[in-house]
Design a protein around this ligand. Structure first.
Ligand code: GAR
Length: 192
């Protein structure tokens, strides 16, 4: 994906639903001189999402829209995304599936982080399923979002070894640390 104009940074929105550790990390990344993005908008589908505090702390515009009706949530999001001239959408623990129609409007400009080695373990409860399946490795993936769940082109992946005594919780914690490393790298990869 090319930057749209000259040396200007790419205006980015982050979509969250929960804790927002990836959001926090992306905000930190966006403040580096060499970062290709600015974060101009945070959208949450959950008004209690803890991650919203990182938007407030950093004076980033934040919006909470119910996505119980996906159409309405997307329509409201679209309005503000266009108004703020957002060119990249980073899904970071956003637990709603976006519609084909919405994705089409931002074709090639929506990316997601997923806590598994895609194409393995699309969807929910990835760590539990990786353990149950007796996998030797797990990890995380940054990928483009297309209209099939967790199936878009892979941008970057990090593999880690599953330890004998790993639980879903310990695995999640270890993988989250790796997510924080690869999400910024993936953004730099597609924008630089
Ligand atoms: C992260 O592990 C992310 O990969 C996962 O939710 C967590 C959000 O954590 N996303 C998905 O499972 C999407 N299918 P965070 O709110 O602390 O960034």
């Amino acid at each position: 994906m090319k930057k749209l104009s000259g040396n200007k940074k790419t205006k980015t929105a982050v979509f969250i639903s929960g804790a927002g550790s990836n959001l926090k990390n992306l905000i930190k990344f966006s403040k580096f001189k060499k970062s290709p993005i600015t974060i101009d908008l945070v959208i949450s589908n959950n008004k209690n999402a803890k991650g919203l505090k990182y938007a407030s702390k950093n004076k980033i515009k934040k919006k909470n829209f119910s996505f119980r009706n996906t159409n309405i949530g997307e329509k409201k999001s679209l309005e503000i995304l266009l108004k703020k001239k957002i060119r990249l959408i980073c899904l970071a623990g956003f637990m709603k599936v976006l519609s084909k129609n919405f994705i089409k409007k931002f074709r090639g400009k929506i990316i997601n982080i997923h806590p598994s080695l895609l194409p393995k373990f699309k969807g929910l409860n990835t760590h539990k399923r990786a353990l149950k399946n007796k996998e030797n490795f797990s990890g995380c993936t940054v990928h483009y979002v297309n209209s099939n769940l967790d199936s878009g082109k892979i941008i970057l992946q990090k593999r880690i070894k599953i330890k004998k005594n790993d639980t879903a919780y310990s695995l999640q914690k270890r993988i989250l640390k790796e997510e924080h490393k690869i999400y910024p790298k993936a953004i730099s990869k597609i924008l630089n």
